[in-house]
Design a protein around this ligand. Sequence first.
Ligand code: G
Ligand code: G
Ligand code: MN
Ligand code: NA
Length: 253
Amino acid sequence: VSLENALRLAWQDREFELFYQPKMCLQSGQLVGFEALMRWRLAGMGPVSPAIFVPILEDTGLIVPVGYWLIEQTCADLQQLAEAGAPQTIAVNIAARQLAQDDFAEQVLARLQQYRLPPQRLALELTESSLMQEPTRAAGILRRLRRAQMSIAIDDFGTGYSSLSYLKRFPVDTLKIDRSFITEMEQDPDDRSIVDAIIRMAHGLSMTVVAEGVETAEQAALLRQLDCDQIQGYWYARPMPLAQLTTWLAERQ
Ligand code: G
Ligand code: G
Ligand code: MN
Ligand code: NA
């Protein structure tokens, strides 16, 4: 069977799973939220990376129904996390094709209402390239979501090809520095300068800045020195299924 057919079957059987990776505030050391990351275990093949299957979901258009289903799962898990004493935000990754739906904002807000969740509990992560496919439509959708108090982050920041002017055009409040700049930040003064510049620019624009892929205490310390707001990465916590996450939360009380 082709990967595409396998994905269609996986969707029929709701075989996708969400893992959650905690994010930490560098000032306080406190947990500030989570990123939802999709997982798919293909029988006989082990886990398939979303880097491989998300583009296929996009090409086939399946990402639209799958994406709404993932938001519903996230809403259900947000309720459970609040009951477990973790009322923080979960950020979900949104693909270009999802933003091409004119009623995307209304669909997302309707689900939050259905689960009785304030829209601030959900955040969105978008890449520059997904914003730039249909920038006018995307800007309209994001304005409606921002008006409802939802946080919008640019993911993989620094790796796209678009000009910085889009930061003025889209109502985003958070930049996530791509992990490729973090990995060698300690050895490579160029990477360090880029990270420093992104943090200053984000703060100049009154945005929150998050470093991705932080794997060591040294990287975390350096990012704190550079005034980065939040970190995400294996050093603080790996992506985990909800059951493991509730154990992780309980152990930290
Ligand atoms: O978690 P992992 O490193 O395997 O994710 C690889 C890539 O897949 C990342 O770029 C991540 O943003 C993307 N990804 C993970 N989950 C989702 C999802 O639910 N929707 C979309 N559009 N992308 C996702
Ligand atoms: O593109 P996006 O930022 O959404 O993707 C996040 C990806 O990074 C996920 O696939 C996640 O599993 C992965 N990830 C999270 N923390 C780390 C880390 O510390 N190191 C590495 N190498 N990958 C990480
Ligand atoms: Mn992301
Ligand atoms: Na990223």
